[in-house]
Write a protein that binds this ligand. Structure first.
Ligand code: ACO
Length: 331
């Protein structure tokens, strides 16, 4: 029997218009364009401005564009999964809010939180609903308003993050294209190095947590860097090895965009030249769950049916993963 795979059949993204440059950050904290560029590769990032606008603003804009672009009616969607660490609210799920804004009424929807690896976790999950025959059209959203949890008085973290949302459509394919393999991992012992201290059930919001700035990203950069650089490279090499793929076979590496040095180390380990690595960190910074769809969206016009693409990510949790995709269409 022919194997049914989940193929990516469309992609869209929303980037808010306001651009926060390194120059502007130099006026906010004790930093420099030179430090940010050499340590991270980031030059600017986009920030969502406007009262009451949350992650669903970007996620729903991306979904509406995706539906338009692929000629899909909202009624045809069976499932929408939103990967995010900055939900509009603790509940209901931002996926439900996005579905409502995009007119999706016949689907079930839920959020997934695997920090920066969230998009990959959601793609792997959504693809199982397609492979099993349970769903025919699944939307995966990666959207984060990182500016809502970033302390713009802390130079350690405020230079790193940006806001954006992306969305892909998954549909069944029987022509040996689509999501070919995935490896996902998590290690909860990484929690002390990257987390938000308060706002959850173990430490609900209070005057004390607000005064202590505990509702922002807390990161021990060097410790996270060490894990990220080895784990993202290891898992990308592993998915290639177990599928007999070499650097020659890979058309594109799509790495999570947290730090240019981590991206370069991963590409080196995989034997992939920089010309085959999607890198846009200089313009968007780390948009958490949106980095990978944002890359695919920007490079879509260069992708060809049958291209072997490796998606790779590392994030808070710790979480990490890689997915081998055979691209399903000529753009
Ligand atoms: N400008 C100037 N100096 C700075 C800045 C800044 N913006 N930030 C930190 N520094 C200083 C530090 O205070 C320190 O000074 P000191 O030596 O006098 O103490 C010095 O620069 C070095 O600081 P480090 O933290 O060691 O710098 P490092 O080279 O490690 O770079 C960075 C920091 C960019 C955060 C890096 O560690 C990194 O990329 N880590 C991994 C991030 C990641 O992958 N996160 C996972 C995904 S995010 C998620 O899941 C939500």
């Amino acid at each position: 029997m022919t194997k049914v795979r989940a193929a990516i059949t469309g992609i869209a993204a929303m980037v808010p218009p306001y651009i926060l440059t390194n120059k502007e950050l130099e006026m906010m904290v004790d930093t420099s364009d030179e430090w940010i560029t050499t340590r991270t590769g980031i030059k600017e990032r986009h920030i969502l401005k406007g009262d009451g606008l949350g992650t669903s603003e970007m996620g729903s804009a991306a979904v509406k564009e995706l539906l338009k672009k692929t000629g899909t009616s909202p009624d045809e969607i069976d499932l929408l999964i939103c990967a995010t660490v900055t939900p509009d609210m603790i509940f209901p799920a931002t996926a439900n809010i996005i579905s409502n804004k995009a007119g999706i009424k016949n689907a079930f929807s839920f959020d997934m939180n695997a920090a920066c690896s969230g998009f990959l976790f959601a793609v792997a999950t959504g693809s199982k609903y397609i492979e099993s025959g349970t769903s025919k059209k699944v939307i995966i959203v990666g959207a984060d308003k990182m500016s809502s949890i970033t302390d713009y008085t802390n130079r350690d973290t405020c230079v790193l993050f940006g806001d954006a949302g992306g969305a892909i459509l998954l549909e069944p394919a029987t022509d040996d294209c689509g999501i070919m393999d995935s490896i996902l991992l998590a290690d909860g012992s990484g929690q002390p190095y990257l987390h938000m201290k308060a706002g959850g059930s173990s430490r609900p919001p209070s005057h004390e947590t607000i005064d202590g700035k505990e509702h922002f990203v807390y990161q021990e950069g060097q410790a996270v860097f060490k894990f990220a650089v080895t784990k993202m490279a290891d898992i990308s090499a592993e998915i290639m090895g177990r599928n007999n793929l070499t650097g020659e076979d890979i058309a594109w590496l799509v790495p999570h965009q947290a730090n240019l040095r981590i991206i370069e180390a991963t590409a080196r380990r995989m034997g992939i030249g920089k010309n085959k690595v999607m890198i846009n960190i200089e313009r968007y910074g780390n948009t958490t769950t949106a980095t990978i769809p944002l890359c695919l969206w920007e490079w879509e016009h260069k992708l060809k049916k049958g291209d072997n693409i490796i998606l790779a990510a590392f994030g808070g949790g710790f979480t990490w993963g890689s997915i081998w995709v055979k691209w399903a269409y000529d753009s």
